[in-house]
Design a protein around this ligand. Structure first.
Ligand code: PEP
Ligand code: MN
Length: 346
């Protein structure tokens, strides 16, 4: 439920209102926006009489939120969420970023070299997996703690903030110096992991599951947010369909749909979506034009010999050419990439 307060409401009245709601078992989530002060009421609001709220002196209007996600809902927060990293990098709200790097960290030399190359091409965050969720238990599983040391060496060498995937909350002590923790597609509905990450003071990059709806993605974001961590970045990375030519099917309409429904930043992963290096460029450009807040792209120094996902990895040179094209179309996306007029009122 969202309560929009009258413009002249003062701090004391706001505090008293929050206390009253607390006494009814609801958490009052106050958002002071440019136009209004909005109080989102989280909890079981079924017993609340809307008319009693509407009659209160400080209340301008009350709306029930039909969607099951509350904190992630655009109705709770009209303005885009902007996530600030420790080095000052801002993600969302018009700040566009490209996260690039190999699927897996393979050696110190490899990750430092790729980090330098993607930085020179304009990437602002470095990716690299050290815990790899593989379909086969016999496939390369990542370098774990050793890989994390190499990834940190690349952060140190380049100053790029790092993004890496977690598969088990028990590994959290290893993630101390990680800037953004990734939850991969296979763990999007690992609710215990999400609840743990809700208690971590780091941004979470949450990927859409292989066969999950956008509402389910938003509900997973809600798990993290409801547990206390509101710094969530959503990622569309393709879903399973009947099409077999591509590894997955990139659902690009996810970008404007998520932007309509939620205030959280939305990025796109054209690498896992297509599974094919030759398809990464057109899909990266399309995602940029569609208004994504960023891209996550796999780049490998030697794709033919990569230990994981080589076929979808760009060389540093190809990545550099792609970055120039992304930069060329970004101004148009800023102007025209927002969800269009009309359509389903959300
Ligand atoms: C990855 O980013 O390397 C990865 C495993 O991605 P996803 O979870 O989207 O498959
Ligand atoms: Mn990968």
């Amino acid at each position: 439920m969202v309560v929009i307060l009258k413009k002249d409401t003062n701090k004391e009245q706001l505090h008293q209102f929050s206390e009253e709601m607390g006494a009814l078992g609801l958490e009052a989530h106050v958002i002071v926006g440019q136009a209004h002060t909005i109080v989102g009421l989280v909890g079981d609001t079924s017993h609340i009489e809307i008319d009693r709220l509407r009659d209160m002196d400080i209340v301008e209007s009350v709306q029930r939120i039909q969607e099951p996600f509350k904190k992630a809902n655009r109705r709770f927060r009209e303005e885009d969420t902007v996530i600030t990293l420790d080095n000052g990098t801002k993600i969302g709200g018009g700040n566009f970023h490209v996260i690039a790097g190999p699927c897996s960290v393979e050696s110190e030399e490899q990750i430092v070299g790729v980090a330098q190359a993607v930085k020179a091409a304009g990437a602002t965050l470095l990716r690299g997996g050290v815990f790899k969720p593989r379909t086969s238990p016999y496939a390369f599983q990542g370098l774990h703690a050793k890989g994390m040391r190499y990834l940190l060496a690349a952060k140190e060498a380049t100053g790029l903030p790092i993004v890496t995937e977690i598969m088990d909350a028990a590994h959290l002590p290893l993630f101390e110096e990680v800037d953004v923790i990734q939850v991969g597609a296979r763990n999007m509905q690992n609710f215990e992991l999400l609840k743990h990450l809700g208690q971590v003071n780091k941004p979470i990059l949450l990927k859409r599951g292989l066969a999950n709806t956008l509402q389910e993605l938003l509900m997973s974001a809600e798990y993290i947010m409801a547990s206390g961590n509101e710094r969530v970045i959503l990622c569309e990375r393709g879903i399973r369909t009947f099409e077999t030519y591509t590894r997955n099917t990139l659902d690009l309409s996810a970008v404007p749909v998520l932007k309509r429904l939620s205030h959280l930043p939305v990025i796109v992963d054209p690498s896992h979506a297509t599974g094919d290096a030759g398809l990464v460029r057109p899909m990266a450009l399309a995602a940029t034009a569609a208004g994504a807040d960023g891209l996550i792209i796999e780049v490998h120094n030697d794709p033919a010999h990569a230990l994981c996902d080589g076929s979808q990895s760009l060389t540093p040179d190809a990545f550099g050419r792609l970055m120039a094209m992304v930069s060329a179309i970004r101004p148009y996306a800023e102007k025209y990439g927002a969800p269009g007029e009309g359509g389903t009122a959300q």
